[in-house]
Structures are given as structure tokens and as C-alpha cells.
Design a protein around this ligand. Structure first.
Ligand code: FES
Ligand SMILES: [Fe+2]
Length: 352
């Protein structure tokens, strides 16, 4: 795509990097004493793991002294040593100018980072880099007590889309029959035109956690024109913020419960790195788990084909049924701490 087209698309959207938790690495890719360079939310970041306590840390990769790339440095204890003149930085962005010297209170940009079920997550805020996250990612007892165990991961690579599209998708009830109405062979684009999927989508806010919203979809298969009640299944999709990490719970009759994370890491304004990671009970056969996850991914690819080309249009006034889109926009505005958000629907009183 030409730069002109990319720029034209980009300017129609809200700002590209809403505040939230983003996946910046696999936990297993950064062992104690290792450092990696990552790109997320317009920042170049050195992510490293302490050899002292095993904690991950994320700091601006350009050294505060003369700008060398700290990701080329060495981790010793809980500090990252710059490869150029040996300055040492800790995970809070505090600087020790030379070995043995006092830690200086100079603030080097850094971000809160945690391990979360095999993913290194970093909290980004455009207005307040380095601020503590206003909410934690929730513990999942079923994984902690090993009722659900890791069953797979799929790295979908980079997708040319703005991160808000995933939230837009969840409130866009009208596209389900058009885009997701036909069954496809899991993991593929191959249509099975004699099997239709009936969707009953819903969207709601969490009463107590402001940053959480829910997208529900109840599906039933219609095979050769006959609704097949026993195929009814339910998916609950929990937005833990603006879409950097989204949790799926699939409840499938005769199969059970599968939990999946879908992460969107904004590596550029209109480019998300998308990774799926799922957990299920050991007793569920691998093929069934692959069927459920692969069916979702096949349907998600139908959305991607549209997202990667589209521009963003504001909410139309008048008799257009765009589902609870306005409500979603009002919820989404909290992820932009800077104030008014260009291109996102204004508040209730704008009459739009
Ligand atoms: S550039 Fe890092 S210590 Fe000089
Ligand atoms: Fe969709």
C-alpha cells in the first residue's frame, strides 16, 4: 500500500495508541539475564529480566547518556548495563552513572511490566509514561490451579489495522450475518455454504470495573436449512482495556470450556501484532480444541480482510442501526487520558 493511502487511512482514526496493557514478548523469550528490543505504541523499548528476583522490566532502549541502544547491553542483577560507557539502569529507570556510584534520581522512561500467563505485558500511557497502571490484569484461578492448561498458541503476524477495530467489531451487530454467517473449515478460508451460523451478539459494561466490557455471542448452526439446537454454543469475550489483551471464554456443549487470550500489540499506528494463546482442560481432545479455536480464527480472518483496507467513519446521525456503537465509544474514551479524542464520537450531548 502506498504511503499516501496509509496516511489517509490513519488520519481518519482516533490516535493510534490508547492507554492499556500490551503484550511485548513471550515470557519464555526473556530468561533471567536476557534483554530484548521491542517496538510498541510508538516506543523503542528494552525489555529485560533480573537475575536477582526474575522480575521483568521495560525501559526506553536509548541510553540517557549518549543514546546507545541498551538492548545491546548486558543484564547484571537487576540492572541493565549500557554497551557504550557502562552506565547502569534499573527497571524503574533509575540511573547509576558508573559502577559503585550513587543511584541518580534522573528519570529515564520506563513502563510497568509483568508476566501474565506466559506473556510479558507492559502498561502504556501516552500522557503519563512510567505511571503505574490504574488496574491489574485479573488472576485466573482455573489456570492457576491447573484445571485449564496451555494447549496452544498461534502467531498471526502483523495485521494492518487500527486497534479500535476489534472493539468496533464487537458492537457492530449488523456485520455478523454478512461476514460471519457462513461456516468455514477451521483455520482456513474454505466456505461450507450449506452450514450457516446464526449469531446472537450482545455487548455490556462491567458494573464495577470501568476498564472492562463484555462482548457475548451465542451461535447456532443451521445445516441444510435446519436449525440444529444441539450445536448452540456461547462465547464471552472480555475486553481488559482497549483491546491490547482480550480474553475469550468458549463454552461448547459436550466439549467444555476453553479460555483464550488474543493480544494486539500496536507496533505501528495501523499495524497490530496479533497472537492467540489458549488454555483448556487436559481431557478435551486436541482436535476439538483446534476446531473451536480454528473456527474463531477463520471468522476473524474475514474481518481482517475488511479492516486492512478500510478507513474510519464517525458515527452517523439518523436512522442507521450501528448497534451500541455510541456506548462503546463513550467507554473507549477513558483510554485516552489526554482529553478530547479526535474522530471518536463525542459525549451524549453532541446530538450526532
Ligand atoms: S551511551 Fe550509554 S553509557 Fe554512554
Ligand atoms: Fe467480525
Amino acid at each position: 500500500m502506498s504511503d499516501y493511502v496509509v496516511n489517509r487511512r490513519e488520519h481518519t482514526y482516533p490516535p493510534p495508541y490508547p492507554d492499556g496493557w500490551y503484550r511485548v514478548a513471550a515470557s519464555s523469550d526473556i530468561r533471567p539475564g536476557e534483554v530484548r528490543r521491542v517496538q510498541c505504541a510508538g516506543e523503542q523499548i528494552a525489555v529485560f529480566r533480573s537475575t536477582t528476583d526474575g522480575q521483568v522490566a521495560a525501559i526506553d532502549t536509548f541510553c540517557p547518556h549518549q543514546g546507545a541502544d541498551l538492548a545491546d547491553g548486558v543484564v547484571k542483577g537487576d540492572r541493565l548495563h549500557c554497551p557504550f560507557h557502562g552506565w547502569q539502569l534499573d527497571g524503574q529507570g533509575r540511573i547509576c552513572s558508573r559502577p559503585g556510584a550513587e543511584i541518580q534520581p534522573l528519570a529515564h522512561r520506563h513502563w510497568e511490566a509483568v508476566d501474565y500467563y506466559g506473556m510479558v505485558m507492559m502498561y502504556h500511557s501516552s500522557a503519563r509514561p512510567g505511571a503505574r497502571a490504574p488496574y491489574r490484569l485479573p488472576p485466573l484461578p482455573e489456570i492457576d490451579n491447573r484445571q485449564l492448561v496451555l494447549r496452544g498458541q498461534y502467531d498471526a503476524g502483523d495485521v494492518d489495522m487500527h486497534i479500535i477495530e476489534f472493539a468496533e467489531n464487537s458492537v457492530d451487530f449488523r456485520h455478523f450475518s454478512e461476514v460471519h454467517g457462513v461456516m468455514r473449515i477451521p483455520w482456513t478460508n474454505i466456505r461450507l455454504p450449506w452450514i450457516r451460523i446464526r449469531h446472537r451478539p450482545s455487548w455490556s459494561l462491567d458494573n464495577t470495573q470501568e476498564h472492562v466490557s463484555y462482548f457475548g455471542d451465542e451461535t447456532t448452526l443451521e445445516i441444510g436449512g435446519r436449525v440444529c439446537e444441539r450445536t448452540r454454543s456461547r462465547a464471552l469475550i472480555t475486553f481488559l482495556g482497549p483491546g491490547g489483551i482480550v480474553k475469550f471464554d468458549f463454552f461448547v456443549p459436550q466439549i467444555g470450556h476453553i479460555t483464550m487470550f488474543q493480544s494486539h500489540t500496536p507496533v505501528e499506528a495501523l499495524r497490530q501484532r496479533v497472537i492467540f494463546r489458549w488454555f483448556a482442560a487436559r481431557r478435551i481432545p486436541r482436535l476439538l480444541v483446534a476446531y473451536v479455536v480454528g473456527s474463531w480464527i477463520s471468522q476473524w480472518r474475514q474481518d481482517v480482510a475488511i479492516w486492512r483496507r478500510k478507513i474510519y467513519r464517525p458515527l452517523l446521525s439518523g436512522p442507521v442501526d450501528d448497534g451500541p456503537r455510541r456506548m462503546m465509544h463513550e467507554w473507549y474514551r477513558q483510554f485516552y487520558a489526554d482529553g478530547p479524542v479526535p474522530n471518536l464520537t463525542e459525549g451524549k450531548d453532541d446530538g450526532g
